[in-house]
Design a protein around this ligand. Structure first.
Ligand SMILES: *Cc1c(COP(=O)(O)O)cnc(C)c1O
Length: 407
């Protein structure tokens, strides 16, 4: 196997993948082999600055030594028990996560989509058990342009044709409002509404920020109508936007939060739902679960990933480096740029239609040694690991500026 690998080129790997793997992605043609911090290396040894961070799953940087060590130590002891038995990692992780976030309870899952599914199940059951909604009538309000994952139920309330089309019949019980429109939210609420599910900044939607004050208005509306405010912070949470949660930018505390991605520093799929006891306690033994959810390996990795976030001041660094990067980007005098927006180290550079799409700029940046990915057609998302330094931002900016000055 090793000899075979030594003789393989990028093109060989790409051909194999194209032949045997489902074509459910359209990746940049770079075949990565290892990573360290903000850098990743391809099979030819070429180095790239990672400006995507696995969609914000590697906020702590690639292969962080402290998280790696926690993974190895726990893997040698006990990776999986299932929840049929208890283990000595879940209780410590649960307390750590709740102490850090200020919620009373957590429920551990694996992928982000599972955390969102879990939040919807909790909200529906809360609606029936606590709010008194008639059986089968619960409604959840969602937003245009949302991205919450890929399950049948989640794509049922997507408005992106690529995500949704040909996967029906769709799950009922959802209603859509325009993203960022508080009046539309209030108008859409009925006595059967149990939750409002939203992203505080839409990541996959193209780094879309709601109008200032929206989160506070949502908090107020949800309070007045006894509706659960459910923030999907799978991409925006855990420091990405320069606060622990993006909702902290307006000092708002949602009733429920979903997290994932950076919760494991990229080592392992770990997600969770956070809420208080009055909501979480509607879930009884047997109601919900997952074979791998809350396993000791996941818990040891996630707890260490959270410790790294705090001990290395990554949230503060995301704030200062993000402001610095956007200030530089706003100074670029390129006819292609329509808008530069974002918070912390989550930045979207929206291009004019005349620019001919964001993809060609991402390909040019790959040539220059910087990896990023377009979202939709015209937006370049810039989201490096939160361990990035000013010097590395300066280098990255030089590449971005040069590429955006192309014809
Ligand atoms: C990535 C993402 C998800 C889905 O997470 P997976 O781990 O890919 O299932 C859900 N919500 C948001 C906001 C995301 O960015």
């Amino acid at each position: 196997m090793l000899n075979e690998q030594l003789q393989m080129t990028s093109q060989d790997y790409i051909a194999l993948e194209n032949q045997y793997n489902a074509k459910n992605y359209k990746p940049l043609d770079v075949v990565l082999e290892h990573g360290e911090g903000i850098w990743v290396y391809d099979v030819d040894g070429k180095r790239y600055l990672d400006f995507l961070s696995a969609y914000s799953a590697v906020n702590q940087g690639h292969s962080h030594p402290r998280i790696l060590n926690a993974l190895i130590e726990q893997a040698q002891k006990l990776p999986l028990t299932s929840r049929a038995f208890r283990n000595n990692q879940l209780p410590l992780f649960a307390k750590h996560l709740c102490d850090l976030t200020g919620y009373e309870k957590m429920l551990p899952m694996n992928s982000g989509a599972e955390a969102v599914e879990t939040a919807m199940k909790i909200a529906r059951k809360w609606g029936y058990m606590v709010k008194g909604v008639a059986d089968g009538q619960a409604e959840i309000i969602t937003c245009s342009g949302n991205f919450h994952g890929r399950t049948i139920t989640i794509v049922s309330y997507s408005d992106d044709p690529g995500t949704k089309d040909n996967f029906g019949p769709y799950t009922p019980g959802f209603k859509e409002i325009p993203y960022g429109d508080a009046d539309a939210l209030e108008a859409a609420i009925t006595p059967n509404t149990v939750g409002f599910l939203f992203e505080p900044i839409q990541g996959e939607g193209g780094v879309v920020l709601p109008p200032d004050g929206f989160l506070r208005q949502v908090r107020d509306i949800c309070d007045r109508h006894n509706v659960l405010m459910i923030a999907d912070e799978i991409q925006t949470g855990l420091g990405r936007t320069g606060k622990l949660f993006a909702c902290d930018w307006e000092g708002v505390r949602p009733d429920m939060i979903t997290i994932g991605k950076a919760l494991s520093g990229g080592f392992y799929p770990v997600s969770a739902v956070l809420t208080d006891a009055d909501v979480m306690d509607v879930i009884k033994p047997g109601d919900h679960g997952s074979t791998f959810g809350g396993n000791p390996l996941a818990c040891a990795v996630a707890q260490t990933a959270l410790e790294v976030l705090m001990d290395e001041n990554l949230i503060e660094n995301a704030h200062t480096m993000g402001e610095y990067l956007r200030e530089l980007l706003r100074g670029i005098d390129s006819p292609h740029i329509k808008e530069v927006r974002g918070r912390g180290l989550l930045t979207g550079v929206e291009l004019h239609d005349s620019a001919g799409g964001a993809r060609r700029f991402c390909v040019a940046l790959q040539e220059a040694g910087l990896l990023c990915k377009e979202t939709h057609v015209n937006i370049i998302r810039l989201a490096p690991p939160l361990v990035i330094t000013r010097q590395d931002i300066d280098w990255a900016f030089d590449q971005i500026e040069r590429v955006l000055m192309m014809d």
